[in-house]
Design a binder for this molecule. Sequence first.
Ligand SMILES: [Zn+2]
Length: 253
Amino acid sequence: MFGESKGIILYSRDHKEKDKLVKIFTEKYGKLVFYVKNAHRKNNPLGASILPMTAAVYSGEIKSEGLSFLNAAKDIQPYAHLQQDIFANAYATYVLGLADAAIEDKKADPFLFRFCQIILAQMDLGNDPEVLTNIFEVQVLGRFGVSLELDKCALCGNTKGPFDFSEKFHGLLCRRHFSEDERRLHTDPKVCYLLQVFNQLPPQRIGKISVSPATKEQLRAVLDEIYDEYVGVHLKSKHFIAEMKKWQQLMQD
Ligand SMILES: [Zn+2]
């Protein structure tokens, strides 16, 4: 079937000597792997459109089984900052890796597609990639089949904090109910408040959000705990971010 759709490059890998396998998250058809012949040839018209951190309107032969074939691309939008900045690139790569892990191939998910577009566009503008990643991580949980109560106390429905996070009750716990879970995470209420905000934020309203380095560190810790406990997906790109933070620290010291 011939098809045309907006898409975002998920990855672009060398295949044999001259060709590439390019995975694209398309708005209409979901995630597809395309075989691109002679991708390395200098004058290949698809060249710029299949670089990592690029969006475009792609068209080609879409196969229900196996690989699809890419014919053309137009309206090419490189995310220039994400292509050049190693730090922002690491976060964007992780977000796209999560989107890839969260849903099956060849199933359309236009909402998740547009959410990825928004997150990448905000990162490309230079807004804090760590915070944008955290927002994505919170909101994509449902796609992994994880349903946590992040809007109110999981026990009494109280919507005003201070809250802690409880794995026993799969969500926030208000101060009145702290005693119900001896192993609550003892997360800073400020961090729980941000989890609540991130969970409720409509994607089109995502913009610049300032979070202090100490709070970001705690957000990372609680989201790592949630991802280990409920999602169990371990991406290389996440490991890379952790390593990168270590060297950043070393350089500052
Ligand atoms: Zn409560």
